[in-house]
Structures are given as structure tokens and as C-alpha cells.
Design a protein around this ligand. Sequence first.
Ligand code: AMP
Ligand code: MG
Length: 401
Amino acid sequence: MISVRDAQNHILAQVTERTPPELCALTDALSRVLAEPVGAPFDVPPTDNSAVDGYAVAGDDVPAHGTCELLVVADLPAGAVFAGALARGQAIRIMTGAPMPAGADTVYPQEVVEREHDRVTVGAIARAANVRMRGEDVRSGSTVVEAGAVLRPQELGLIASLGLATVVVTQRPRVALLSTGDEVAEPGSPRKPGQIYDANRFTLRGLCEQSGARVLDLGIVPDQREVLRERLLEAAEAADVVITSGGVSVGVYDLVKAVLAEIGGIDFWQVAMQPGRPLAVGRIGRTHFFGLPGNPVASMLTFLLFVRPALFTLAGRRRVFPEPWHARAAEPMAKKRGRREFKRGVARFADGAWTVRTTGPQGSGILSSMVTGNCLIVLEEDRGDVAPGETVVIEPLGAPE
Ligand code: AMP
Ligand code: MG
């Protein structure tokens, strides 16, 4: 038996390479991983500018008490630059975003002034009010997005604000997916007696795509040694990572181990976890191989724990494990010491705290528990039964950042 943590460490130690960088249009870069840091070539905003529609004035002209009258000498729409400088007793009509005219350091919102013809009457105001300062968002020369960051909408906008239309990202890892087993039938085609429809290739495909990988679907492989061997060699040729599900337990037809031992190298682990004990990890040439268990919950879970961090690492992501959250157990939970258990949970925020209950029966074939649940409840190795009210770790199910 090997612990979840040791299995993860072994796997990540094997992933020493990174997918190569490529240039990507900013418009196509959502969810991609930055290969090089993005630095700011200038301050953003590039000049002090007005935060409101109103009147720009010199702070020295502002009355400490009462009011005074200023002469409006120009009208400055956004994008226009005032050529001269503001003299004493003058104001400039200014629009949001327009650069501050020379000599002005304060802006009155238009709602707080009285305008009559070319004059405004103004009252007291704090100096520098309603001015956005040059560089207050980004300083010239600073790193705005680090290498290894995943590009979310806000990163895309910030990079665009620097005038950049392309970014250097890592290539998406290529994953070849296969299901194994004579009992597995293709959805959309008739099912023979004794067969079940393939679920794993669809959950795993979704998980791979959510994790930033491109998927090559190699279908269902029957439990025949030669066919499996050919298909695995083909998969390894085309992909950075090959994932199979099924055929790694100790049944008579569990060929994955035997074939891998022939065409590559394989470690076969019993991981101290529930569900999802058997896991095969190996190589076919330069390609990483993961043989996941056939039970649908176990194959999803082992993907999340062992394959996703590897895909993230390949793609150069800085963070490869999700941030844990905490919740109070809303019900008792049975737990065996000595292994890590992952229950599907429904977490809710109620009365000022997160609470979590299980989705009900937790068998590793009950895929609907992943649909009903919105999180995994992670019960650590050294923990026994959980009583209601105890704090537990939860990990949200869904696309991680
Ligand atoms: P195995 O690891 O091949 O012994 O499979 C364990 C269990 O998972 C068996 O009940 C299989 O029928 C089931 N199973 C295997 N592959 C799939 C699949 N692709 N989709 C759904 N269930 C599967
Ligand atoms: Mg099988």
C-alpha cells in the first residue's frame, strides 16, 4: 500500500518535461497557461486622468469654505489632450478618462457645481479628488502576470491594457483516451446482454478538457492482448499522456499490466484510498501512462488526484493542487483509519457557516453521486468516524483555477 501523497509525489517526480511554448492570439488565450511572464512596458493608466465627468481645477483655486466662481476655458472629451495649461481662476470641462490638463489636480463631479454660460460656481473639495493617478493600476517594469498562471478573463483584459495582442502560452498536452473491457459498449449503439455503456471515456474526456488538454479518443478496446498492445502503441505515438480505464484490478482479464510490462514500464500500486485502490502508472517510450480503475467514481477520483496534477505540471502550471476548504459535518460519517476516504458531498452555506452532508450511498460504481454532489469530502488517513459538527476538508467539484 502507498499513500495518496506518496503516489502524487512519485508521479510528479516523473513529469520533468513541459509542453513547448507557442504564440497565441489574446482572443484565443482563455484558460491557457502563460509560458513567459508578462511585464508592463509603461504605466497604466499612462497619465493622471479624470475619474468622473466634471470640471478640472487647480487645487489652489479651491475655496476652503464657501464658494467661488471659475471661468470654463475648454471642453475636454475622453481621448483629447489639453494643449495649454490652466491659469488661476480657470476650470476645464473634462470627461471621464480624459488626461488631466497641465496645472489641474482636482476634479469636481458635474453634479456638485452650478454652471451658467462659461462660468461654474464650486464649493470646498479635497485636493486630488476624482483623479486616477498615472500607474495606479500597473507600474512600468513590473510583472503583471507570472509564468505558469492560467489566463482568466481578468488576466486577458490586463494584458490587453498593455497594448499586447498576443501571448506566449504552453501547448496544450495531448491525451489519448481508451476504455478497456469486453463488457463495455459504445453509447449510441445497441448493447448486448451483459454489457454496460461506457461512462468513463466521457467523464475522463470532460476532465481532460477542463484540465486544459486536447483529447484523442481511441474508443473501446476489447480484453484481447494483441489488440490492446497495438492500440496502446498507437496512442503513445500520438500523445503526451495515455489514459485507460478498467482492466487494472486482479481479474483474469486484467491485461493492462501485462501489456505495459512488455511495451514500456509500469508500476502497479494499491493506493491507500477509498474509492479507487488499484492504479497503474508507467511509460510507453516518452509517453506517460495512467491505467485508472474501471469503476466510474474511482476513475474520476484517481484522475483528479493523480492525472490532473500531472497534466497541469506538463502544461507548466504553477498551482497543481486545489485549495482545500473547510465545512462542518452535518451528519455522522463512517471512516476507516489508515486510508484516505473521499466521499461525495453537498456543501451549503447556511446560518453563517459551510456545512456538508454526503450524497447518500458511496459505492464506487455510483456515478450519480458525482452529479448530485458539489464537492469531495476528504477524510485524512489518521481520522476515524466523523461526528456531526466536526470540521472536515472539502474540495469543490468543478473546473479549478
Ligand atoms: P475493471 O477495473 O475492468 O475490473 O472494472 C471494474 C468495474 O468498472 C466493472 O464493473 C466494469 O464493468 C466497470 N467499468 C469498466 N470500464 C467502464 C467504463 N468505461 N464505463 C463504465 N464502467 C466501467
Ligand atoms: Mg475490465
